[in-house]
Design a protein around this ligand. Structure first.
Ligand code: FAD
Ligand code: NAD
Ligand code: FES
Length: 287
């Protein structure tokens, strides 16, 4: 019997960024921070990997935070409360390595904040002092600040244009934090966002020799280590992000290769989005 994955709650967090809670009872019970799901909106749809941002085991629901960047994420963001998703597979991937470090910093770039959110929550639960740095292009793109403030000691918002919080990239605020003799000393950094941001954070923390974890987002297909689509190079060795990750030591990741591989299907992806937009316009009678 097919399991229903109805959307029970939906909220816009930023332009093109939506938070949805959907029914996924088994996953809600067993998921650990750092894990993700792969969903298909309908029979025959593309398989879409998304981090489990939060869970409510009692209600049997999971929270996904989605940035509509292409056809499938756009389709998902357009679903309304009461509509259902065809299938949701998970939890997938290795859970985050968590311990009481004393002081940990979680750095979220744009929608990457959705990925560090459950990690920050778990670190705080283990008794860590947690500082969060959350960056967005402008004020509207800074997400989850007040939710993080519920358990983080400090939340530092940044915007590229200075429209809110500190002006500059997340790395500017992180450098100030590292150089400011933090007490207790920072022993771990978790950074998730665009690939250039994760690379920049890893380069920044390298001379400080602070354990730095990044969550990689290569193209994924099966999510079980079989297809090779999510291959990344870590410490000179091939790893499959879906089963060996998605989190890795940022000081060992080949970010340039990841950037190149993410471009593989760019032309096909942009054509798929164009066709989808034309189809939607036809349906609405605006074409
Ligand atoms: P596509 O047509 O596939 O692509 C549109 C654009 O997005 C293109 O410019 C393309 O280069 C870029 N793109 C394609 N695939 C990816 C990718 N895997 N990562 C980054 N950019 C991509 N997104 C969220 O919004 N929230 C999440 O919580 C989240 N968690 C993820 C967890 C994992 C383990 C992985 C691998 C990815 C995660 N992503 C997340 C990224 C998300 O899966 C992609 O944005 C999505 O696959 C794009 O699908 P699309 O059909 O909408 O766009
Ligand atoms: P964005 O391009 O608006 O950047 C967000 C923030 O990241 C910026 O405000 C800035 O503070 C920081 N940043 C960007 N480039 C930087 C650089 N070169 N150096 C230092 N800091 C930099 O981000 P967006 O549009 O919200 O996109 C989010 C990105 O996160 C996407 O590229 C998506 O693929 C990625 N993502 C990753 C995962 C994952 O699991 N790893 C999950 C979801 C999204
Ligand atoms: Fe196929 Fe990881 S997605 S091997």
């Amino acid at each position: 019997m097919a399991v229903e994955h109805k959307i029970v709650q939906k909220q816009m967090l930023a332009p093109d960024v939506v938070s949805v809670w959907l029914q996924a009872q088994q996953i809600a019970r067993v998921r650990k921070p750092g894990q993700f799901i792969i969903l298909r909106i309908a029979e025959g749809s593309e398989r879409l990997p998304l981090t489990i941002a939060d869970v409510d085991p009692a209600a049997g629901t999971i929270r996904l935070i989605v940035q509509a960047v292409g056809k499938t994420t756009r389709q998902l963001a357009e679903l309304e409360v009461g509509q259902a998703i065809r299938d949701v597979v998970g939890p997938l991937g290795k859970p985050t390595h968590l311990e009481n470090f004393g002081h940990a910093v979680c750095v979220g770039g744009g929608v990457g904040t959705a990925v560090v959110y459950p990690i920050a929550q778990a670190l705080a639960g283990l008794g860590n002092k947690v500082t969060a740095i959350v960056g967005g292009r402008t004020k509207d793109y800074v997400i989850l600040e007040s939710e993080l403030a519920q358990f983080c000691t400090e939340v530092i918002p940044t915007t590229d244009d200075g429209s809110y919080g500190r002006k500059g990239f997340v790395t500017t605020a992180l450098k100030d934090l590292l150089d400011g003799s933090p007490n207790p000393p920072i022993k771990a950094i978790y950074a998730v966002g665009p690939v250039p941001m994760m690379k920049a954070v890893s380069e920044l923390t390298r001379p400080y020799a602070i354990y730095t974890v990044v969550s990689l987002n290569p193209i994924m297909v099966d999510g079980t280590g079989m297809c090779g689509g999510c291959r990344v190079t870590v410490n000179g060795k091939s790893q499959f992000a879906c089963v060996d990750g998605p989190e890795f030591d940022g000081h060992l990741v080949d970010f340039d290769e990841l950037s190149d591989r993410l471009k593989t299907y760019r032309e096909a992806e942009s054509q798929a989005l164009k066709r989808y937009e034309q189809h939607q316009c036809k349906l609405k009678g605006t074409l």
